[in-house]
Design a protein. Structure first.
Length: 273
């Protein structure tokens, strides 16, 4: 996690690099372009369209050049409202109670129908799933700080909902920096992310090949759940062009993948329906 600083609204905010702006922009593009599909589930007597964020952070960030910006959950809510198809429910969770409370307060002030859950993602996802209408449309944003906390069991649980689209942050930097250490460890930080990964890859090859095989193996695990990881993996880079992380979509429906392909490759204004 980043350092907490005082926000411009008096609540805690996350200290982030400028690349976070790009990440939130892609999130908002997806929310905006999908407004037509979401609108079909919103209204009296309908099953609802929900937003889930299991690593929500404080909902506000301070970019290191001094600019403040909405964090993922607040930005997504505001974009859904601006597009005329606001999420019917917003469920947020975080293992850090200070961050969680700040996000919940910001969402309440923005008029969001928010429910907050404190705890690790593997625990809070269970509580949230109990609140979801099985016939609704659900969109989850998973934005952890490392691969190690992106437990594959989270995807197993989310995949139980028929209409569950998941935008995922995969840390390429974590994969690059810590691969050697995790290869050598008896118990690896990547074991939860991709169970059985050591048995599925050729450890005798170079690290680049190992990284490719590990991600492809994870995609295979996801596919076996009846959902698919998008071919489009948007690479976000740092100020010195260093590779930081990928954003990709995991979903079962082709429309969701078409929306993500559009969101990841243009200004996000073109609608598909």
């Amino acid at each position: 996690m980043g350092e907490l600083v005082e926000g411009d609204d008096g609540l805690p905010a996350e200290d982030v690099g400028p690349w976070a702006i790009e990440k939130y922009n892609y999130l908002c593009r997806y929310v905006d372009i999908s407004r037509g599909a979401r609108g079909k589930f919103i209204g009296p007597g309908k099953a609802g369209a929900t937003y889930l964020d299991l690593f929500c952070g404080p909902g506000r960030a301070k970019v290191r050049n001094g600019e403040f910006t909405d964090g993922g959950c607040v930005a997504a809510w505001r974009k859904s409202v601006a597009g005329g198809a606001p999420f019917s429910q917003v469920f947020i969770a975080d293992i850090d109670e200070v961050r969680l409370n700040a996000a919940a307060e910001r969402l309440k002030q923005a008029g969001a129908p928010v429910t907050a859950f404190h705890g690790p993602a593997l625990q809070t996802v269970e509580s949230i799933l109990k609140r979801l209408d099985p016939y609704g449309l659900h969109f989850a944003f998973l934005d952890p700080f490392s691969l190690g906390v992106l437990d594959f069991r989270i995807f197993q649980k989310l995949a139980k909902r028929k209409r569950m689209d998941i935008l995922v942050h995969l840390s390429k930097m974590d994969l690059q920096r810590n691969l050697g250490r995790n290869l050598a460890a008896d118990v690896s930080a990547f074991d939860a992310f991709a169970p059985g990964w050591k048995d599925a890859i050729d450890a005798a090859q170079g690290q680049q090949g190992i990284r490719v095989e590990l991600i492809n193996y994870w995609k295979t695990l996801v596919k076996n759940l009846g959902i698919a990881a998008s071919a489009e993996m948007k690479l976000l880079k740092g100020e010195k062009d260093q590779h930081l992380y990928w954003l990709l979509l995991v979903a079962s429906h082709t429309l969701a993948h078409r929306i993500w392909n559009t969101a990841a490759n243009d200004d996000g204004q073109r609608r598909l329906f």
